[in-house]
Design a protein around this ligand. Structure first.
Ligand SMILES: C[S@@+](CC[C@H](N)C(=O)[O-])C[C@H]1O[C@@H](n2cnc3c(N)ncnc32)[C@H](O)[C@@H]1O
Length: 227
């Protein structure tokens, strides 16, 4: 089980940073907003004081968590300066340039670590989960939101949309169709459902579970750091 080439990933996001948010909303017909809102509600329920949003990109999830958890200290980190600059501009309270494979934080520094549509783009999924688990305090939570594979009748039409339609629309919107062709491939390579739950367990997370969203197009995975 492997991951993605970090040099390619960093370069691809640097190129689309200025249009990333708008393109997301168009391509998902706004569904990505609802998914992040759901994550915000879950994190709110954990009553966290210190939250790290890894691979925060333009900061959309960090902002949603700030809104839902006004008393929490929310830090957004990313290894792509062009993406992170948008997070800072949009009002994420604290941002830090950091590689998720080697986070510059002490063990057990956060109550909650989140990562939305970031893990799939990393170099080593199991290693990244272990590194994120390291910085969570015992009893704290990890939450991953990412694309998974659509199930049932949705599978074929969604596959067609992802592979054929989406890169063309994204190409028109961003001038970077190749970056979105990569998206389809990265989703088909990425573990989902029970396979991802197993990776959570290997990273030392307990009570690991998966909640599919929108017919399995995306999933939320959660786990608790062992005491
Ligand atoms: C699809 S964007 C997701 C951004 C944001 N979390 C969201 O929900 O829209 C993926 C982000 O992951 C970041 N990323 C990928 N690999 C990373 C790594 N090893 N360390 C830190 N950030 C990484 C990219 O720079 C990019 O900003």
């Amino acid at each position: 089980m492997s991951g993605q080439d970090p040099k390619f990933v960093k370069g691809a996001f640097a190129k689309i940073a200025d249009r990333y948010v708008m393109t997301n909303h168009v391509l998902s017909l706004g569904t990505d907003i609802l998914w992040r809102k759901k994550v915000g509600r879950i994190v709110q329920g954990w009553q966290a004081q210190r939250v790290l949003d890894v691979a925060t990109g333009t900061g959309d999830l960090a902002l949603e968590i700030q809104k839902k958890c006004p008393d929490a200290r929310v830090l957004g980190s990313d290894f792509c300066p062009e993406m992170l600059a948008h997070a800072t501009e949009s009002g994420v309270h604290e941002t830090q340039l950091a590689d998720a494979m080697n986070l510059p934080f002490e063990d057990a520094s956060f109550d909650v670590v989140t990562v939305a549509f970031g893990l799939r783009n990393m170099e080593n999924w199991e290693g990244a989960l272990r590194e994120m688990a390291r910085v969570i305090r015992p009893g704290g939570h990890l939450l991953v939101l990412d694309f998974s594979q659509a199930c049932g009748l949705l599978r074929k039409p969604y596959g067609y949309y992802l592979n054929r339609v989406l890169p063309k629309i994204a190409g028109l919107l961003t001038g970077q169709g190749a970056a979105y062709q990569y998206l389809a491939g990265s989703i088909s390579d990425f573990p989902f459902g029970e396979e991802m739950v197993e990776l959570f367990k290997k990273a030392g997370l307990l009570e690991s579970q998966c909640e599919p969203l929108s017919g399995g197009i995306a999933s939320i995975y959660t786990g608790v750091k062992a005491a």
